[in-house]
Design a protein around this ligand. Structure first.
Ligand SMILES: NC(=O)c1ccc[n+]([C@@H]2O[C@H](COP(=O)([O-])OP(=O)(O)OC[C@H]3O[C@@H](n4cnc5c(N)ncnc54)[C@H](OP(=O)(O)O)[C@@H]3O)[C@@H](O)[C@H]2O)c1
Length: 299
């Protein structure tokens, strides 16, 4: 029977980098995801909430972590209502704190939970000139985006390896593709995530752990609010904007289908290709074109 055009899902473009490029049109209902025991960091907001929602239908138990316990509880309640057979555990944790990170595997073990998917999603940015940054904020960016992601991967690899097939999805960014003035520490932290993920993908293959990097462009979450300093305006790139739902779907599909990374959306994907092709001197020239003002520095 012909499908009613009004009920047809919108045409969607989901581009992953890999051995072959794919323009997928998920007009059919999405197939179940292969993970039963996912652990999602940064689950109190934005992509993290969306990861939890999209993983819940195929999961048997789900661990959610972030600092804001109330937001985690609210999400957990709504997931339990939608999926009565799903076990949802909230483990509030400040990932910037090494001892709290170290305690996470034991807290999971106490619940009888051995993850078969780790989504390293928690992260934050700081937009504005490096010299005028607040050091504590830069330290948070490094602690969460770089240290915590690396430490959690290290702590959970042995647990992921207990399953015959498991996954590690690191949330990086399109910003990791170029050295961004005024986003210097954030873009460098994401370049680290993308490179680390690429290397671990090869190291973990014999252990049966699939690894992928999700490299989104702009998406409407609380990220911009957190990254913005008072008086600074975060530049918007509306042409490349993708919904959190799309971003997360592309990332999970990339990991499930064995692709190394995902740059959701045509504009984001083409931008990433262009950035990798541009000769460094030309890239430096373009990045230096924006007029800059040397403001007085605080002592
Ligand atoms: N949105 C975008 O435009 C965009 C684009 C590219 C990449 N990304 C990346 O996507 C990821 C998710 O960001 P989002 O867009 O969903 O932003 P978001 O809505 O601000 O979510 C950030 C999440 O990270 C958690 N987090 C931050 N600091 C933490 C800490 N010290 N300990 C534990 N959890 C912490 C937050 O939870 P609590 O505050 O409750 O701790 C929150 O759940 C980040 O890695 C970001 O870099 C975002």
């Amino acid at each position: 029977m012909a499908r009613n055009a009004a009920n047809r899902p919108p045409l969607r473009l989901c581009i992953h980098r890999g051995p072959r490029h794919r323009f997928s049109l998920p007009a059919m209902p999405a197939s179940p995801l292969p993970w039963s025991f996912p652990l999602v960091t940064g689950a109190s907001s934005g992509f993290g909430v969306e990861f939890a929602r999209q993983l819940a239908p195929s999961a048997r138990a789900l661990v959610l972590t972030a600092r804001r316990a109330e937001a985690l509880d609210t999400l957990a309640d709504s997931l339990r209502r939608a999926h009565p057979n799903l076990l949802v555990h909230c483990l509030p944790c400040d990932l910037a704190c090494p001892s709290e990170r170290r305690a996470l595997p034991d807290r999971c073990a106490a619940l009888g939970f051995t993850p078969d998917l780790l989504v390293n999603n928690a992260g934050l940015g700081d937009y504005g000139s490096f010299a005028q940054a607040n050091w504590n904020k830069l330290a948070q960016v490094l602690a969460v985006n770089v240290e915590a992601l690396t430490h959690l991967t290290y702590l959970f690899v042995p647990l992921l390896g207990r399953h015959p097939a498991s996954g590690l999805l690191n949330v990086s960014s399109l910003a990791g593709e170029l050295p961004m003035p005024d986003f210097a520490v954030y873009s460098a932290s994401k370049a680290y995530v993308t490179r680390l993920t690429e290397a671990l993908r090869i190291e973990f293959r014999p252990r049966g752990i699939s690894v992928a990097a999700l490299c989104p462009g702009p998406s409407p979450t609380a990220f911009g609010q957190t990254a913005q300093r008072p008086g600074e305006v975060l530049p918007s790139a509306d042409f490349a904007r993708q919904s959190p739902e799309r971003v997360v779907r592309c990332g999970l599909r990339a990991l499930a289908t064995g692709r190394p990374d995902s740059f959701p959306g045509a504009a984001v994907w083409w931008t990433s290709r262009l950035l990798r092709l541009l000769p460094a001197p030309l890239l430096r020239l373009i990045l230096g074109l924006r007029p800059r003002q040397a403001r007085p520095l605080s002592p």
